[in-house]
Design a protein around this ligand. Structure first.
Ligand SMILES: [Zn+2]
Length: 282
C-alpha cells in the first residue's frame, strides 16, 4: 500500500488553521505517526475533528450547489456589465493562462481528498476576466468566476506570483466560504462575525491556495515573495487588496506561508512519484 505522508501530515494543519505554526508542527508529527499506525492496523482513526469542512473542521453551509452556481453567475454578469473589461492583450492572456492551470489542479483528486474539499455535486463554470481598476485586487465568485484588476497586475512580478493570488481566491470558492459566511450570519446576525472568523477563512484560503498553486506546477516560494511586494506597495500610495484587510498581519502571513512551502513541495513530489494513498483509506 502506498500513501502520501507529507499530504497526510498537512491534514492536521488544515484542521487548525489559526493555530500557531510551531505548535501545529509539533502536533503534526504526532498526528502523522498515529495516522500511519491507523493505516497499518487497518482500523478507523478517530483522532481530530470529523466535520465536513476543509481539514474536517465543522462547516455549516447555507447554499445548495445550484444556488451557489446561480449566485456566482448572476453576480459575475452584473459586475462585468458595468466594469471596464479588458477584452484582449498580454494581461488577459496571462491571467487566463495562469488561471487555467490553477483550475486544472482542482481536478487532482488526492489533493481534494486530503484537504477534504466538498465538490461532489458542485459545478464550476470557470471564467477569467481582467478589469481596468487601480486597486490591487482579485476575486473568485462561487462557481469559478474569476476577476483580476489591472492594479494587481502592476505589482505582480511573475506568473508564479499571479498564481499565488488566483489560487488564494479560487480556494475561497472551493471551500464554499461565501456559503459558510451566510450560514454563520444567520446565527449571529449580519456584520457581527468576528475578526478571528475572517482570519480563519483567510488563513485557510492561504493554506489551500499554496498547495493548489504548487500542484499546478508553480513555485510556492513566490507566494511569500508576493507578500513582500505587497508590503513594499503598502509603503507607497498603491491601493491595497481586500485580501489584506481581515487576515493575519503580513509578517505572520508570510511566516505561515513559508512554513507550508516545504510540505507543499514534498506533497507534489509524492504525487509525481505515484505515492498516492488509495481511495477509501484515511
Ligand atoms: Zn482571501
Amino acid at each position: 500500500m502506498q500513501f502520501i505522508p507529507a499530504v497526510i501530515s498537512e491534514r492536521a494543519v488544515l484542521r487548525c488553521p489559526t493555530q500557531h505554526w510551531a505548535s501545529a508542527t509539533r502536533r503534526n508529527r504526532a498526528v502523522t505517526y498515529s495516522l500511519l499506525i491507523c493505516l497499518v492496523v487497518g482500523g478507523g482513526c478517530s483522532e481530530g475533528p470529523q466535520g465536513t469542512g476543509p481539514g474536517r473542521r465543522e462547516q455549516p453551509l447555507a447554499l445548495s450547489p445550484s444556488q451557489e452556481l446561480q449566485i456566482g453567475r448572476e453576480a459575475y454578469r452584473q459586475i462585468l456589465e458595468k466594469a471596464p473589461v479588458v477584452e484582449s492583450g498580454p494581461e488577459v492572456d496571462r491571467v487566463r493562462r495562469v488561471s487555467k492551470r490553477i483550475a486544472k489542479a482542482v481536478e487532482i483528486e488526492p489533493l481534494l481528498r486530503e484537504i477534504n474539499l466538498r465538490l461532489d455535486g458542485y459545478q464550476f463554470e470557470w471564467e477569467y476576466n481582467v478589469v481596468e481598476d487601480d486597486q490591487a485586487n482579485a476575486f473568485c465568485l462561487p462557481g469559478g468566476k474569476v476577476v483580476v484588476l489591472t492594479g494587481l497586475l502592476k505589482i505582480i512580478q511573475s506568473d508564479d506570483q499571479l498564481a499565488a493570488v488566483i489560487a488564494h481566491e479560487v480556494a475561497h470558492a472551493l471551500a464554499h466560504h461565501a456559503s459558510e459566511r451566510i450560514a454563520r450570519e444567520r446565527v449571529v446576525g449580519r456584520g457581527l462575525l468576528s475578526l478571528s472568523y475572517n482570519r480563519l477563512q483567510e488563513t485557510e484560503a492561504d493554506h489551500i491556495g499554496l498547495f493548489l498553486m504548487t500542484f499546478a506546477g508553480y513555485d510556492p516560494d513566490e507566494a511569500v515573495a508576493f507578500w513582500k511586494e505587497m508590503q513594499n506597495a503598502r509603503g507607497g500610495q498603491v491601493h491595497l487588496p481586500e485580501i489584506i484587510s481581515d487576515h493575519p498581519n503580513d509578517t505572520r502571513r508570510m511566516q505561515q506561508l513559508q512554513a507550508w512551502v516545504g510540505p507543499a513541495k514534498a506533497a507534489k513530489r509524492a504525487l509525481d512519484e505515484g505515492r498516492v494513498m488509495p481511495v477509501g483509506r484515511r
